[in-house]
Design a protein around this ligand. Structure first.
Ligand code: NIG
Ligand code: FE
Length: 434
């Protein structure tokens, strides 16, 4: 795509009226993802996924932790700033947004990784008490402090790879006490690392083994005890359900989501991952913020999402880790007008991947996203999946000054160098954090 020099998005006289906190100069390529001047500044669909709002030889001004202006560098010469940062001709991007992780957990599960490589499937391992159940047993034996300690380096790795906003789910507790412990640990760990966090209660990740023969009792516990407490104590902003025939069926999913919505939580769904099952259609009908996975989504599901504001969060790192062949039909979704985002699904079982640049690389080669589409999916659309489109995911005036300075001068090198970390500096609220 050709670089286009957009006009500075703020009146320069306002910029000169009072000093700014930070001026980033020498930006060889600024990807603003800004369409605030356009009639459609919301989540990106169709051809708009390729529009990065590029500015060449740019500068970016920050005041009180928010973007005040950007534009051609020469417009900013002589501007008074407390701090000046020279990007040395490199590329600057909005901080990446990871809208789906299970990043708080105990031990890693490389034993299962090896078993899958020998031919066992994810569902066979789960049926034998492994998978999510293995992480539940492990997490229940640890206290909150231990979970925080384990999460810190994992979240630090995500930040170092450019994630500045992260969603973290519970779902390895599956009891009131353990779900709450997990959400508290997630909040503390994210705050310590300096990540902007959105927390999601996934008490409906699985039926705990001791409720196997009385699943209704567990669903009652989720609806009448766990979700109300989570809401009342402000422990999470959203709820999620693993909607699959072998986990929570459509009627159960609808009941749990409806209860969460009633309580004022935002909804999201693990949908159509293993079977085409109507999860995406249900998500769209209930006005969920996102429907995630969608490997098996059918035409009807795609049309339902396209006609809604529910974001399709695709998790190609999971397909890659599980060694499956079929990725979600991303091109078909984009062409149908679905809002497509990307996430890591960072978890100890199906996606031990904390790097969004790696997920972007997989999305490009395996789902045929262009590098520009992958970047839009991991920034502005991901922020919309979390209801944060007005705060994060783009460098428009008024948005949080969360941005990355790369060590390369072209955003396409992010997915191109799969497995390499291109992030040289991470700014959050206008402060250099790593
Ligand atoms: O998103 N699909 C369900 N949950 C996770 C897997 C979690 C695990 O295996 O521990 C996922 O892939
Ligand atoms: Fe997940």
């Amino acid at each position: 795509m050709p670089l286009d020099d957009r006009p500075t998005a703020t009146d320069m006289s306002d910029l000169r009226a009072s000093p700014i906190d930070l001026l980033v100069t020498g930006i060889g390529q600024l990807c603003t993802l800004d369409r605030s001047g356009s009639s459609d500044a919301g989540p990106r669909r169709g051809a708009d996924l390729g529009d990065l709002g590029l500015v060449a030889d740019a500068a970016l001004a920050v005041r009180d932790g928010r973007v005040v202006a950007y534009g051609p560098g020469e417009d900013f010469t002589g501007l008074d700033a407390d701090t000046t940062y020279d990007a040395a001709g490199k590329c600057v991007l909005p901080g990446l947004v990871d809208p789906h992780t299970h990043a708080v957990y105990g031990r890693t599960r490389q034993d299962e990784y090896e078993r899958r490589l020998r031919g066992e499937t994810y569902l066979e391992i789960a049926a034998a008490g492994g998978g999510i159940h293995a992480s539940v047993r492990d997490l229940r034996d640890r206290d909150e402090d231990e979970l925080v300690e384990l999460a810190l380096p994992r979240l630090g790795e995500a930040l170092a790879h450019g994630t500045t906003t992260i969603e973290i789910k519970s779902g390895y507790g599956l009891s009131p006490k353990d779900e709450i412990k997990m959400l508290r640990a997630a909040r503390r760990a994210a705050e310590t690392v300096g990540l902007r966090a959105v927390l999601t209660c996934l008490a409906a990740h699985e039926i705990p083994l001791d409720y196997r023969d009385r699943r209704e009792v567990y669903i009652d516990l989720v609806c009448e005890e766990i979700l109300p407490r989570v809401k009342q104590e402000g422990l999470a902003d959203r709820l999620d359900v693993f909607c699959e025939p072998s986990v929570f069926d459509l009627a159960e999913t609808e009941r749990i989501l409806t209860r969460g919505l009633e309580l004022g939580l935002r909804a999201t769904v693990h949908a159509d991952e293993l079977e085409s099952f109507g999860g995406a259609i249900l998500a769209a009908r209930l006005g969920a913020g996102s429907a995630d996975h969608l490997i098996r989504i059918d035409r009807e599901g795609i049309e339902a999402l396209a006609a809604s504001d529910t974001v399709a969060v695709l998790l190609p790192g999971t397909v890659f880790t599980l060694g499956l062949r079929d990725y979600a039909p991303a091109r078909e979704m984009i062409e149908a007008g679905v809002v497509v985002a990307l996430a890591t699904d960072y978890n100890p079982g199906s996606s031990p991947i904390s790097s969004l640049p790696l997920v972007m690389a997989i999305a490009c080669t395996q789902m045929r996203l262009s590098p520009a589409e992958a970047l839009t999916a991991a920034t502005v659309n991901a922020a919309h999946a979390l209801g944060l489109g007005d705060e994060a995911g783009s460098l428009a005036p008024g948005r949080r000054a969360d941005f990355l300075v790369l060590d390369v001068d072209d955003y396409r090198l992010v997915p191109y160098h799969a497995g390499r970390n291109p992030v040289a500096g991470v700014f959050r609220d206008g402060e250099l954090v790593t």
